[in-house]
Write a protein that binds this ligand. Structure first.
Ligand code: CP
Length: 320
């Protein structure tokens, strides 16, 4: 595997889930696989779970992690081609990426969407430069439009807790004071559909996600109706994807607090589990009562981040 951006990059999801179960039972089973090898974890943006789970997974595989926080530990990097570099950015990605590639065997990169230029974000311009110029396999640790390590961990969690073979999974938009990227909901929808789940997406009008990730899902604008009979509820905010109106890309177009996931919505589900990728704003995205209830899976989900990224690193090491 040379890159990990999409569900299709990992191949058969049944096999990937079996491998995740096996690794979870014995995390150190492949301790010698990464011996003498290094993974560089490059962060253009903040992280808690992704940073820690990736370092832990690397250590489980005997792989040495190097973490680089761009702009804090390094020079500020220019990402646009053709610009006159007379501002505060001292180095261009075009040199920095192949240099990073000299010092490692695998690379993981976190680089969020700018939310200004839809075309550039949806072309994954930063991550694709890492693929092109590093000479190393590249893992998206949440890039402009996808967060595959999170979606794979979410799938592992649903597989562990499901009470029927094809559960009803509801992805619900929720309010947020800041404009957030679409990477998490895009990947969640993509992976749920690839795994054959009964996926319903509920959101206010104008928040339709890109159909390349959601084709096959049922869209329901009435949140209460969407929640009826659900087995899993996944709450997440995202900014306007600009599918029907590109001029609104990245904007907040609804702040309606009635979309906050609370007991009112959860009561119409089939005792659904509550999920969120974290970090989460309590009493904005979800009420205290729901996230603190026994139905909340937010901690098991975060724990599975170590497993999902370990499967990916293992596959990449095996294909070096
Ligand atoms: N869910 C997730 O990716 O968390 P971090 O942003 O803390 O890494």
């Amino acid at each position: 595997m040379r890159k990990f951006f999409y569900a299709s990059d990992i191949g058969d999801l049944g096999k990937a889930l079996s491998e995740a179960r096996e690794l979870k039972r014995n995390r150190l089973a492949y301790k010698s696989l990464g011996e003498g090898k290094t993974i560089m974890l490059v962060f253009f943006n903040s992280s808690l779970r992704t940073r820690l789970s990736s370092q832990k997974a690397a250590l489980n595989l005997g792989l040495s992690p190097i973490v680089l926080n761009i702009g804090q530990d390094s020079w500020k990097l220019e990402t646009e081609l053709g610009v006159v570099m007379d501002g505060d950015k001292s180095e261009h990605l075009r040199e920095a990426i192949p240099v990073m590639g000299c010092y490692c065997d695998l690379i993981g990169v976190r680089s969020f969407a700018g939310l200004k230029d839809r075309e550039a974000d949806y072309a994954e311009t930063v991550l694709e430069q890492f693929v092109q110029y590093s000479g190393r396999p590249v893992i998206s640790l949440e890039s402009a439009t996808v967060h595959p390590c999170q979606a794979f961990a979410d799938l592992i969690t649903i597989d562990e807790y499901k009470r029927r073979p094809r559960p009803k999974v509801v992805l619900s938009w929720a309010p947020h004071p800041r404009a957030l990227p679409q990477a998490v909901p895009n990947s969640f929808a993509e992976w749920m559909l690839a795994a054959g789940m009964d996926l319903v997406i509920t959101q206010p009008e104008g928040y339709e996600l890109d159909p390349r990730f959601t084709a096959g899902a049922r869209i329901e604008y009435d949140q209460m109706r969407a929640f009826e009979g659900a087995d899993f509820v996944y709450a997440k905010n995202w900014s306007c994807p600009g599918v029907s109106d590109p001029s609104r890309y990245g904007q907040i177009i609804c702040s309606d607090p009635s979309w906050t996931v609370g007991e009112r919505q959860m009561t119409v589900t089939d005792n659904a589990y509550f999920m969120h990728c974290l970090p989460v704003r309590r009493n904005v995205v979800v009420t205290d009562a729901v996230i603190d209830s026994p139905a909340s899976l937010v901690i098991p989900e975060a724990a599975n981040r170590e497993i999902s990224v370990q499967v990916v690193m293992k596959r990449m090491l095996e294909s070096l």
